[in-house]
Write a protein that binds this ligand. Structure first.
Ligand code: FEO
Length: 393
């Protein structure tokens, strides 16, 4: 009995990837509440067959069986590599060993990156550049170099006859659920979370990539993680905003509190901002899912950090959070740092040193000794009012 499903996403174009339902972390960094998928696609022309990307280590046998359900792996002509990260490229040698006539197709940068992780078969590589095509017979594969999304070598592949774009990680979402975008009502928040975690540091390159594909006729958008879009504008429109760094009238508060003092300060500023009509999202870093925080970073106009002092510096969870925020390069324009200490401060200075220089304007900072008194909370409120004024302006 055949157990695998290989949806035909366009005529003679099949999804042959793998679903990793129970994976819970990616890169030992990104939480995956719904697992993920490693999407790979088989394109059958009248004369030649091409495979677009491969799968994560551990899924090779399943991958082979799926390919053989709709074609013959042994007779594969081309393996297109859009991206060299091992979740899509680690099965290159596995596939090419079993398809002796196959040729690896990728960019010059792709060869360099893939060679770091794989012993590529000599004499079986075709280097392509932006605009190059391969004719499969009735189906053409056109290559679009879209570097730094999120590795140096990333490339898109376009199939004009069927109007299918394969953009690899770009437009992806970490979820094993669904086949098509219409299967998931909550897909865009998941895609936004993925964008914040993976693509946000490369927003400018994302804008360039969108410019490159703006005149393409796209009926199906087939990324390498998550569902396939039959409604491409559902994700292209938000990506246009996210890559442009458009922010909402929203403040993201991330904090750690040991004895409630920092918590009282962040609560005071949250209430002040709410009264001023600012959308507020609050995450306690002791329990927060960092993917949720990354999602909020995508369009928050302000970031408020709250941290107590521990051993003359920031609380380690706040230090980790601050480092991550800086690395993800969010578009927030304004920042506030609040904190408390018992017998010696230091957290505020350390937070400031990490965040500055950054493009964020620090609207206010306050560090209190022990429990915040009435006058301290009054000062927090003043900072909140000033922040709300700037955010609205
Ligand atoms: Fe899904 Fe960058 O690999």
């Amino acid at each position: 009995m055949e157990i695998y499903s290989v949806p035909e996403i366009a005529k003679d174009v099949f999804w042959v990837g793998a679903k990793d339902w129970n994976r819970r972390m990616f890169d030992a960094l990104v939480p995956l509440p719904q697992g993920t998928s490693y999407n790979a696609y088989l394109v059958k022309g009248e004369e030649k067959t091409a495979l677009i990307d491969t799968v994560n280590p551990g899924f090779e046998e399943e991958f082979k069986e799926k390919i053989n359900l709709v074609s013959s792996l042994e007779k594969l002509d081309y393996l297109i590599m859009n991206h060299a990260e091992p979740d899509h490229a680690s099965a290159i040698c596995y596939i090419m060993d079993r398809a002796p006539g196959s040729v690896l197709v990728t960019t010059e940068r792709g060869v360099k990156m893939a060679s770091i992780y794989n012993d590529l078969p000599e004499g079986r590589i075709k280097v392509v550049a932006n605009g190059d095509t391969i004719d499969l017979g009735g189906k053409t594969l056109r290559f679009i170099e879209a570097p730094w999304l999120h590795w140096p070598e990333t490339m898109f592949t376009y199939l004009p006859e069927d109007k299918v774009l394969f953009p690899c990680d770009f437009f992806g979402a970490h979820t094993a659920q669904g086949v098509y975008d219409e299967d998931l009502e909550d897909l865009i928040p998941l895609a936004k979370r993925y964008y914040g975690e993976i693509m946000m540091p490369f927003g400018k390159m994302g804008t360039k990539a969108l410019e490159k594909i703006k005149d393409l006729d796209i009926a199906v958008l087939a990324p390498s993680h998550g569902p396939i879009y039959k409604n491409p504008q559902r994700i292209i429109e938000p990506y246009a905003k996210w890559t442009a760094g458009e922010t909402e009238n929203k403040a993201l508060i991330v904090y750690v509190s040991m004895w409630g003092s920092t918590k009282l300060m962040v609560r005071t500023i949250a209430e002040t901002l709410l009264k001023e009509g600012v959308d507020v999202r609050v995450y306690d870093l002791e329990v927060a899912d960092t993917g949720d925080v990354a999602r909020e970073l995508v369009d928050s106009r302000a970031i408020i950090l709250g941290t107590p002092t521990v051993l003359a510096g920031m609380h380690p969870l706040a230090l980790y959070g601050t480092y991550l925020v800086k690395a993800l390069n969010p578009p927030a324009k304004y920042g506030v740092i609040l904190g408390s200490f018992g017998w010696g401060g230091g957290a505020l200075k350390q937070a400031g040193d990490i965040l500055v220089p950054s493009k964020m304007e620090v609207v206010g900072t306050l560090q209190v000794k022990g429990k915040p008194r009435e006058e301290d909370l009054k000062r927090v409120e003043e900072i909140g009012l000033e922040l709300a004024r700037k955010m609205k302006a």
